[in-house]
Design a protein around this ligand. Sequence first.
Ligand SMILES: O=C(CO)[C@@H](O)[C@H](O)[C@H](O)[C@H](O)COP(=O)(O)O
Ligand SMILES: [Zn+2]
Length: 196
Amino acid sequence: MNLSDRVFDHFAESIKAKQDNQELLAEATAAAIELMFAALVNDGKVLACGNGGSAADAQHFAAELVGRFEMERMGLAGIALTTDTSALTAIANDYDFNRVFSKQVEALGRSGDVLLAISTSGNSANIIAAIEAAHERDMRVVALTGKDGGKIAHLLQDQDILLNVAHQRTARIQEIHILLIHAICDGIDQLLMGNV
Ligand SMILES: O=C(CO)[C@@H](O)[C@H](O)[C@H](O)[C@H](O)COP(=O)(O)O
Ligand SMILES: [Zn+2]
């Protein structure tokens, strides 16, 4: 197979993965939008975390809350827990890498805030610890996962929201995660405008 055929196949697989997950995820994503909107308009905030590509997704989301998505509006309180290299290195160095996010949730999280936890495997120990810390803080959790949802799927509580992408390939899962993030940004804007 030549390179352009491979690229073609990436497109085809990504399109199919999105179609396969569209119906599965629409309703739960709407619930996640309402949950985050309620937090944001009640003086709460969204803390976001993930590793690797999902760290980039967490930052992407926080940037679109704080700055803007597609329309002009006030800034919204979103914080990526992946960006403060001093905090990340100190916590990893002095405690454990598994605590890099949970220690920040303990410090910054308040009851009524939401944690956006992103893990394609659903098994990253530092994301699991962040979810546990959020529960201890009486925060609700929106988890973006993949495959079978991993350990995170079993850790979530009734009031949390699991957005699990039913696919085995990390790249495809990440592509749908960023689609979901944009859908969430759009939904929050629509609720803010009173359009829905
Ligand atoms: O972006 C990619 C793969 O596409 C990688 O950087 C990937 O995010 C990293 O391997 C992560 O450590 C995977 O963690 P997780 O999604 O299983 O929680
Ligand atoms: Zn990647």
